[in-house]
Design a protein around this ligand. Sequence first.
Ligand SMILES: *Cc1c(COP(=O)(O)O)cnc(C)c1O
Length: 498
Amino acid sequence: MEYISTRNAHEKRSAAQAIVQGLSTDGGLFVPAEFPQVTLEFIDALRHMNYPHRVASVLSPWLSDFSFEELLTLTKKAYTSFDVPEVVKTLEIENGLFMLELWHGPTLAFKDMALQLMPHLLSACAQKVGESREILILVATSGDTGKAALEGFHDVPGTAIAVFYPEQGVSEAQKLQMVTQEGKNAHVIAVQGNFDDAQTGVKRIFSDVKFADELDERGIVLSSANSINLGRLLPQVAYYFSAYADMLNQNAINLGDKIDVCVPTGNFGNILAASYAREMGLPIRKLICASNANNVLADFIKTGVYDSNRAFHLTTSPSMDILISSNLERMLFELVGERDDAVRTMMQKLKSDGYYKLDTQAIGTLRSFMDGGWADESAVKACIRDAFEQDHYLLDPHTAVALSVLKAYQKKLPEEDTVPALVVSTASPYKFGRSVLEAITNEAPTGDDFECCRKLAELAEQSVPSAIAELPEKPVLHTAVCLPDSMKLALSEAIQLE
Ligand SMILES: *Cc1c(COP(=O)(O)O)cnc(C)c1O
């Protein structure tokens, strides 16, 4: 199986090479030269497998540099720290409406699905391509990605991780999650600035050739764990197959029946993985791309114009507060018939003018399998309240965006055209306890985030997940603080180069 760059289709890599490299040197993203195909028999066989087995089966045709046994060893290592034995849960909350709960991992959000596997995969890929240096992962985080990456990489042989977070730009719980991180190879550094300062600082370290040489002398090479790496994208394809197998096991569908899938979308990684599953042969009728008030994608699907020149809104679903969705580039490449020159032109236009337009034929192709919509803050609140009152089900705000958009989409259809629908649930409601409690009680909560979670648990007759409940008692292990200009120095000190 070969991978090519979206900006230069002649740039070919094996899966292991593409994962170790991350981004193509031309700035493009690695995409499959062709999509592996599976049969309905393949899907049927997944019904009787556990989650690690399902993931290894789905990944196998994508990662042909690995044997099935090798992949199974990696997936078995990855999916051990989840709080339900099935790893992901597929739950019917209303007739024909299924929630795919992807937040049973250590950080209570769906990023664990990829970031628990990716470090093991990266380490194995490095071995395959003969990379013997230690891989140092650098992350700038506005909250959730940093913790998920720390959890995934800690104590994985051959890797180390350094996370920079803005001292004033993350919630108390998010900060606690990071500074209490255990693991010999994990470094957490506060930056006295905002997220952009941290992000800019990390980019500067990545482009510092002299520093790269110094690291190289010590046997270290820098890499990144963000969602444009194939190693993060591919593990996400697997859970769509797993959900379909669960729905078969629950006798909700027959083998081959089509379903609709609705995904709360930010950087477009999760929904792209769903479309890759569809390309492989998973019976998906429509993908529904759900946005919050930052509705650039909803407009794009409607008009074919991607226009990031607009007001940025802070919402209760912060992981979707994004105006430039990097993974969309991979979808564009397919939509324009794999013409790398067309992708280059659009991405150039996005960089210089903040917008681009897709040609009419490509928009038609996109709309044949994708619908889009968005939910404002009051719709999100109402959706959380309704789901709790009607179904006794707690939704986090990101998932509520998706459910709200799905319901609006289904209303537009004649009733006989409704098929079973899967809503991708991306975070535990307790991760956003304050917003969820506020939506349900319809008043501003008093007390800190932990107090909100306790009240929420009481209302729902559940207990607060231990990953949150235990946080205030954990020892703080990381106290480093630096100015945006001295991030490189702080990193050197953390990894004891100085
Ligand atoms: C990251 C994230 C998203 C957005 O996913 P993308 O792959 O970036 O589209 C949605 N919900 C939650 C809770 C997230 O953490």
